[in-house]
Design a protein around this ligand. Structure first.
Ligand code: SAH
Length: 291
């Protein structure tokens, strides 16, 4: 899925598995044959490459500060006692936007230690380190107490555990009346061209229409409070465009390196598909309140 990282969930192991490569759905064991063989050190190198590539951009998934703030506009009653979690926070692009707007303590959690280092560096640079902390961990094994959170945030990341499973499993960490705000890839139409359909079925078969996602949210025990589609510039200006310079530098630095070249080619293909088929899919913000 565009710009997304996923690691296979293997025994709640916090370390990414070694036999994974980048794919449209991020790192995915399923796609191991796309670019590699059984040499684990090559895969590890791939992982480092991907990490280096995405560390060079502010966001690791489509989104924008405006959209983060718009979603935040539907969430009420936060105070300096509020506890907030940003799950799959990456380097914290959206977390810092949140932190500058709302009181309370924010914990960012991500599987990738290099992203968390950057996250904490960003928090310190903005003088937010006293109430914004990044920790390494996995979204299928969160370190929070039951009914302790006022807000769970997750942009471009819940697909790693799956939308429905994430909504169900994370609910227990929220207080009653607490909010969840996540972005999730969704179909805009009931039908779509075969090329993009099979692409997504391979990348993230849980992609579904907006009403289907809303029904899952309701069933998981939330009132769906608001839903809106992320505008196109979240994909272009804020996600694919900043990657162009990274790609150039990357190809120069890793000239002749197959993994690096394939990674860039793959991401370029992702951007092309978005351009071709953006009428049929995109990211949607789903905001719910725990009942
Ligand atoms: N929220 C950020 C990053 C989105 S990319 C943004 O919008 O820019 C998805 C993020 O999920 C990556 O940073 C990736 O490392 C993280 N991730 C993948 N699998 C994870 C897991 N099992 N637990 C926690 N984070 C995970």
């Amino acid at each position: 899925m565009p710009g997304l990282f996923s690691y296979p969930f293997i025994n709640n192991n916090l370390m990414p598995a070694k036999n994974i490569v980048y794919s449209q759905n991020g790192f995915n064991a399923k796609h191991v044959n796309i670019m590699s063989n059984d040499n684990q050190s090559i895969h590890e190198f791939d992982l480092n490459l991907i990490c280096e590539y995405f560390s060079g951009v502010e966001r690791q998934g489509p989104g924008s500060p405006e959209v983060t703030l718009k979603a935040l506009g539907f969430i009420h009653h936060l105070t300096n006692k509020s506890r907030i979690a940003d799950i799959g926070c990456g380097t914290g692009g959206q977390t810092m936007v949140l932190a500058q707007q709302i009181p309370g303590e924010i914990t960012g959690i991500d599987l990738f230690p290099a992203f968390i280092d950057r996250f904490n560096g960003n928090a310190a640079r903005l003088n937010l380190q006293d109430r914004v902390k990044g920790i390494t961990g996995s979204m299928d094994n969160l370190p929070f107490q039951q009914s302790s959170l006022d807000l769970i945030w997750s942009e471009g990341a819940i697909y790693n555990i799956g939308f429905e499973r994430g909504l169900n499993e994370w609910r227990k960490f929220l207080k009653t009346g607490g909010y969840i705000a996540v972005t999730e890839a969704s179909w805009f139409t009931d039908e779509r061209p075969a090329e993009i359909d099979s692409f997504w079925m391979d990348a993230y078969p849980e992609i579904d229409t907006i009403p289907a996602k809303l029904a899952q949210m309701q069933k998981a025990g939330y009132i769906p409070v608001a839903t809106f589609i992320l505008p196109e510039e979240c994909w272009t200006e804020h996600f694919y465009v900043p990657q162009v310079a990274v790609q150039e530098a990357f190809l120069k630095k890793y000239a002749g390196n197959n993994s690096a070249e394939e990674l860039v080619a793959y991401l370029q293909q992702e951007a092309r598909l978005y351009d071709l088929y953006k009428a049929y899919y995109g990211y949607v913000f789903y905001i719910g309140m725990k009942i």
